[in-house]
Write a protein that binds this ligand. Sequence first.
Ligand SMILES: Cc1cc2nc3c(=O)[nH]c(=O)nc-3n(C[C@H](O)[C@H](O)[C@H](O)COP(=O)(O)OP(=O)(O)OC[C@H]3O[C@@H](n4cnc5c(N)ncnc54)[C@H](O)[C@@H]3O)c2cc1C
Length: 285
Amino acid sequence: MTLPFFLASRFVAGEHLDDTLPIVDDLNAAGLHVALDKLGEHVHDREVAAAARDTYIDLIKTLAGRTEHQRNRISIKLSMMGQLIDEDECRDHLRDVLEAAARHDMFVRLDMEGSDLTQSTLDLFEDVYPDFQGYVGPVLQAMLKRTDRDIDRMCELGVSVRLCKGAYAESEAIAYQDMDQIRERYIDYTERLLEHTDYSGIATHDDQLIHATKTYADRHDISPDDYEFQMLYGLRRETQKQMARDGYNMMVYVPYGSEWFPYFSRRLREKKENVWFVLKNLFRS
Ligand SMILES: Cc1cc2nc3c(=O)[nH]c(=O)nc-3n(C[C@H](O)[C@H](O)[C@H](O)COP(=O)(O)OP(=O)(O)OC[C@H]3O[C@@H](n4cnc5c(N)ncnc54)[C@H](O)[C@@H]3O)c2cc1C
């Protein structure tokens, strides 16, 4: 069964790039930066993986040519570029994407997927990082127990990290399950990133974590220019704009594309309110 796109439209900007670019312009006009993500994951076909590389390169060119917004960027999933087929081929694709990014002076964020891909994603990142410093950075998930040492490593490199709680169901053996414990880890990791890395992204809609970040930065004379907050398209829209008006860098993660279902279902699993948005859309139609 194919679900109609309008169900996902609260969280996914468009099925096609043409529908999505005007949304990017509107967000930029409201003072928000954007990370565009062409949805898709877990590709098992080499041709599809190569096509994803080409799409990402085109996206870099389109975004760079369209806007003066220096901090717009793309966000990519390595499993879409063949990570599950052949890591060497995936690394070659990633290098091609980063060469385009460096040519157009655009940053590329490597989304983090389920824990089966964490080590491979960080290895691929470390392979390419020496040649593309300033153009690529990983995501770390506070819920994973291993993240403590991954944060140390990224602080050692000084690389920009996106810190999030983690959107994938993970076992108790490798991941904290209790929200208070995840928040406690998140705050500790945020403080380390603010101290030791350049322009990391604090990706959360959680007021407790946003407040803790601002408080720590104020107390330690860390300027709001040295880091950014990040939220997802469609969530806390007024808060996003207000934070930009208040002088914080706010980046909105803008997913688009026809393969929206896995992303959409992760958003529904996360919060009851997200299910409510969808039901409201349904009854409005
Ligand atoms: C920019 C960005 C990129 C991400 N990239 C990844 C990735 O690469 N890999 C990955 O695994 N996960 C990623 N995530 C998802 C992330 O891991 C979490 O699953 C998701 O953000 C939910 O956690 P939260 O901290 O935002 O808040 P939640 O845990 O959902 O909510 C906590 C509290 O925040 C407040 N809140 C949340 N939403 C709202 C709202 N709409 N209105 C009012 N209050 C609200 C409420 O007080 C709520 O109790 C990303 C998230 C963001 C924002």
